[in-house]
Design a protein around this ligand. Structure first.
Ligand code: ATP
Length: 313
């Protein structure tokens, strides 16, 4: 039985001959979350996303979108879902505007809706300047922006992306990240699952992570657990001036502070709780007149990733 989560994968399995690419995988994507789908080359990410978008069939198991079984009723399941899973092929002689119109027609939008959506999306994917140039002349980064644009037609509430910044140069990657960040900031009512190998991009954009290896889930949680041990996180807080005993004792009295000690010119703080707790902590420091100009956090997505992948070999 599917849950209320917009995307739900249950015991999904894909075998190629005798090789198991996706191994009885369970994954629930929470509503309005931005989930980074991680894993080494060959982990089974693309295979999972292809099954989810009905590009290939699973060997067994189920994939639901909004509670609708993708295999049984792909059309209904994928209505209102924007996808960029395989590098989309566009007609090189069409312009971005014509391409989006064409996509709008295929998905059955009215011509008024197509007009207004086309304007909105060309702006969102920063293609207004190029709207009447032919796609055949575009760089990979520009074509990828059109790919995201077509996925945004008709204001989808769910977006599925397979490595959206793959193969782009640093500027193209930064542009794509900015587009995705704006998307996240502009709509609180949007669920995104996005595979990626770029860990800082995932840290930056996503509030959830799902990490797989050999087709199996090895971590699925809030991003805020990264670098935590038993819900505690260690931070080196860089403060104005030199921390003295008075400052340390004030910090120690704050809620959720487990320990605090001087660390050179900084304060080494262990704090228990999620991101909200940490926001409160910094507000309280500011209320105490303790100016913070920087923070180093122990444990990054990269260290967590490498440790878990090593353990799951
Ligand atoms: P990457 O990060 O490199 O894109 P991935 O996590 O997306 O990797 P998949 O592309 O899903 O991994 O591939 C999972 C495994 O399934 C790999 O070992 C791959 O070689 C294998 N595989 C994928 N497609 C096929 C296919 N059509 N036939 C046989 N094996 C396949």
């Amino acid at each position: 039985m599917p849950s209320d989560d917009p995307i739900e994968i249950v015991k999904l399995r894909k075998e190629y001959g005798g090789f198991v690419a996706v191994d009885d995988l369970d994954l629930s994507v929470k509503k309005n979350s931005f989930t980074g789908f991680l894993g080494p080359n060959g982990a089974g990410k693309s295979t999972t996303l292809k099954i989810l978008t009905h590009l290939i069939n699973a060997t067994s198991g189920e994939a639901y979108i909004n509670g609708i079984d993708v295999t049984r009723d792909p059309k209904a399941a994928l209505t209102g879902v924007g996808t960029v899973v395989e590098t989309p092929e566009f007609y090189p002689y069409l312009t971005p505007r014509e391409t989006l119109r064409y996509v709008g027609q295929i998905i059955g939008m009215s011509s008024e809706a197509i007009d207004s959506e086309t304007e909105r999306i060309l702006e969102k994917v920063k293609m207004t300047e190029w709207e009447d140039k032919r796609l055949g002349t575009f760089s990979k980064g520009m074509r990828q922006r059109i790919a995201i644009g077509q996925a945004l037609m008709n204001n989808p509430r769910i977006i599925i992306l397979d490595e959206p910044t793959s193969g782009l140069d640093p500027r193209g990657q930064a542009e794509m990240r900015e587009i995705l960040k704006n998307l996240r900031n502009d709509s609180k009512n949007l669920t995104v699952i996005m595979s990626s190998h770029v860990l800082h991009e995932v840290s930056d954009l996503c509030d959830r992570i799902a990490l797989i290896n050999h087709g199996k889930m090895i971590l699925h949680d809030d991003m805020s657990i990264i670098g935590t041990t038993d819900g505690k996180k260690r931070m080196i807080v860089k403060v104005e001036g030199t921390p003295n005993e008075d400052m340390i004792s004030k910090v120690l009295q704050l809620n959720n502070v487990v320990s605090a000690e001087r660390f050179g010119n900084d304060i080494d703080v262990m704090i228990k709780g999620d991101n909200n707790v940490r926001v409160k902590f910094f507000n309280e420091l500011s209320a105490l007149g303790i100016g913070v100009y920087g923070v180093n956090e122990e444990g990054t997505l990269e260290t967590t990733y490498l440790k878990l992948i090593k353990e799951s070999r």
